[in-house]
Design a protein around this ligand. Structure first.
Ligand code: ADP
Ligand code: MG
Length: 705
């Protein structure tokens, strides 16, 4: 049990636990804490979801159908009315102000009978509709019941904030608490935003901003408030972004202070060695990316670079040329892929390209403690292996290198930063190149990769045609099969992909298995069909993959294990079953499996009707464009930043007041200010320190320092 409430000294007011506010107490305090509100600061940094102007509530007599209005008045009577639909009831009430009376109706909320009492003063917000012939009604309005003594100051007669319900805290209670909390704030509170930054950007002080955000001054434009663009709101958002960027940039500067064992050196002999490996001419984008990478490698500080390029853009060869440069300098290279199959494919590919060189390439698979594996690890430790290919477990495991100079992390946007941290913990400071085929909208790149340099390969190898994409309902699959048969007869290969979602993995696997049988026996009896799925043993998977790569299979039915990286140029059709279940990024990745040579390729998205709005929008994007960056932007808009990468460890920060979509421009500005401030003369170590200490927790990100 907590002791008696104490009033903390002034600087700590923001840290005061909410249970010390009037009307909270330990029980509700615990409830709020569960919802993420522990302190006054938490409370004040939860923005209203919208604002209502209750300074001029609309007289009831002036209501018109089609308006959305706030009114206040006295509740005259209320009661439940049954409808013809069994069990479906309507709660109706009459509300009166000095100008007139209006009906309010709530559908299917019978509990309201116990909420409202006659003669209560209420505020209603909602749409006005025609009711029957003569009257008007507010339908399903949001409501607040006013208490006589507070009504004037807090809940009406002004622009009021409307909050989202939080735990057991109603919007109205929250408004009262926020009001109370603001009263307690001393005149001066600590301001994380440096005075110079505030002055330059004309941003109000922190206290003023908090007050104006929750209880806007009379006359504040309502639309500006509801777009979160008033100076006070902007200031609080800016503060959050500034602190976020400060943390990222400070960390980046720390990394730049590190020294790698040996900077790489480049001369004509090394250039020639790289050229010998190259089977084709690099595109302009590849050349530029390689130049940036090799420049980084020649510096004393470790490289921290992200190589972005759409599926098929040709990232692998760029990474391999960088690897040749490292190896020519006597350094070892770790090349990591997210799955065993991809690691194997990289290995085969790299081994082929390096066949004429003196470099030794090896593949580390599985976790089995076999003798061969021990032998390989010993060779790696002795420096007898120059390039080791494996999964992302490579750096986590007990693999010791003699001198690790370069780490390439392929097809990964999520954990690259983490792996960097793992490396550092082991006392390793190699160059790190993270490659991703997920085009990342600029806003997110600034946040998730704000501490990395970025190279982009925008265009793939010349002579590629955009993949023709259509969406077809399940009912028209006969047409699809007829088309695929033509392609197969022309000697091409096809993928059929099934979604495999965690919860129903078994069911889906069964569906995929049955489909493979059905296709093999009834649809494509003249062709060779095989199934590939995640639960197969590694060697079985490999056998199937190899056969497909070698053209010994015509149709590969697969769960999404082929999502990334696999490269079979002869495959010309990608069929995605249940396309409505896939996210845009995944669909884009899947489509990228075809169209890998100069002939026309096709992607057919088969969906199960009826489509949700989101599902329809996603398929529309896919048929409209093949530009990964456009798709990424649309994906971000459709899903929101939190879901864009899918996991919490994605590097997308948990933000309190900012919104990566709505406020993207502010993020860029905050980054510039944070950079300028770090370089500037008025920079205070105390702030950097605070930020460093609280950064990971504040933004809900895994420690990556
Ligand atoms: P991704 O960026 O998706 O990893 P890859 O590196 O697998 O793409 O390259 C896709 C395909 O394009 C591969 O078959 C590769 O050999 C080929 N390729 C890459 N660069 C070029 C180029 N400059 N000219 C011709 N083909 C290229
Ligand atoms: Mg690749």
């Amino acid at each position: 049990m907590p002791g008696p409430p104490v009033t903390p000294s002034a600087p700590d007011v923001l840290a005061t636990p909410l249970q010390y506010l009037k009307g909270v107490g330990p029980r509700r305090g615990a409830d709020l804490q569960k919802a993420g509100l522990a302190t006054i600061e938490d409370l004040l940094y939860r923005f209203p979801i919208r604002y209502e102007d209750r300074s001029q509530l609309q007289p009831i007599a002036t209501l018109r159908p089609g308006q959305t209005v706030s009114i206040t008045g006295e509740l005259l009577s209320g009661g439940l009315r049954p409808t013809r639909r069994p069990g479906f009831k309507i709660f109706e009430a009459l509300v009166r102000d000095s100008s007139g009376t209006v009906r309010a109706a709530w559908l299917n909320q019978p509990f309201l009978r116990d909420v409202f009492q006659p003669h209560q003063q209420v505020v209603l917000f909602g749409p006005v509709e025609q009711y029957g012939t003569g009257g008007l009604q507010l339908t399903n309005p949001q409501y607040e019941i006013l208490d006589a003594e507070e009504a004037e100051t807090i809940h009406t007669g002004r622009i009021v904030p409307v909050y989202e319900k939080t735990g057991s805290l109603t919007p109205k209670m929250q408004r009262r608490l926020v009001h109370d909390a603001l009263q307690r704030l001393p005149e001066e509170i600590e301001d994380l935003l440096p005075a110079a930054v505030r002055a330059r950007r004309h941003l109000p002080g922190r206290r003023e901003a908090l007050a104006a955000t929750h209880f806007p001054a009379p006359g504040t434009p309502l639309d500006e408030l509801n777009r979160f663009r008033t100076p006070g709101q902007v200031r609080l958002i800016f503060e959050e972004f500034f602190v976020f960027q400060l943390g990222l940039l400070a960390r980046r500067r720390e990394m730049d202070a590190e020294h790698k064992p040996r900077a790489v050196h480049v001369d004509d002999r090394i250039r020639e060695s790289a050229r010998r490996v190259l089977p084709f001419r690099l595109t302009g984008g590849q050349r530029q990316a390689l130049k940036e990478i090799v420049e980084d490698m020649q510096r004393a500080q470790p490289m921290n670079r992200l190589l972005q390029g759409d599926v098929g853009a040709g990232k692998t060869i760029v990474a391999l040329l960088a690897a040749v440069v490292a190896m020519e300098n006597g350094l070892q290279v770790a090349f990591m892929a997210p799955t065993e199959i991809l690691a194997e494919q990289h290995f085969e590919n790299i081994r082929r390209l390096l066949a004429g060189s003196r470099f030794r390439v090896a593949l580390l698979t599985g976790g089995a403690r076999t003798r061969a594996r021990r032998q390989l690890l010993a060779e790696v430790a002795a420096g007898e292996v120059d390039l080791l290919v494996g999964t992302h477990a490579l750096v986590q495991e007990s693999v010791a290198f003699r001198e690790l100079g370069l780490v390439v992390i392929d097809e990964q946007h999520r954990f690259g930063v983490l792996q960097r941290a793992t490396l550092r913990e082991k006392g390793l400071h190699p160059d790190v190149l993270v490659m991703t085929a997920t085009p990342i909208p600029r806003t997110l790149a600034l946040t998730t990769y704000g501490d990395l340099d970025v190279s982009v390969i925008r265009e793939g190898p010349p002579g590629r045609l955009p993949v023709k994409t259509v969406a077809k309902p399940d009912s028209r699959r006969d047409e699809v099969y007829a088309f695929v048969t033509q392609q197969l007869e022309a000697g091409r290969q096809a993928y059929v992909v099934y979604p495999l979602v965690e919860e129903s993995a078994k069911v889906d696997l069964k569906a995929a298995t049955e489909m493979a049988d059905h296709l093999a026996q009834e649809i494509f009896p003249a062709f060779r069909v095989a199934l590939l799925h995640g639960r197969m043993k590694a060697d079985a998977k490999e056998r199937v993959m190899r056969a497909f790569v070698a053209g010994e299979l015509d149709v590969l039915v697969s769960t999404t294990v082929i999502e990334v990286g696999v490269d079979v140029a002869n495959a010309s059709v990608m069929i995605v079953e249940h396309a409505e279940r896939f996210g845009l990024a995944q669909l884009h990745q899947l489509r990228g499996r075809v169209g890998r040579d100069s002939s026309q390729a096709y992607c057919i998205l088969i969906y199960q009707a009826p489509l949700s709005d989101q599902g329809r929008a996603r398929l529309q994007v896919m048929t409209d464009t093949t530009d990964g960056f456009v798709i990424a932007e649309r994906d971000l808009e459709l899903r929101g930043p939190g879901d864009f990468f899918g996991t919490r460890q994605s590097g997308v920060p948990t933000l309190r007041v900012g919104d990566l979509l709505r406020d993207r421009a502010l993020m860029e500005e905050a980054r510039q200010e944070a950079g300028a401030w770090l370089d500037g003369a008025d920079r205070t170590p105390a702030l950097v320190d605070t930020v460093r200490r609280t950064w990971a927790q504040r933004f809900g990100l895994v420690g990556v320092g």
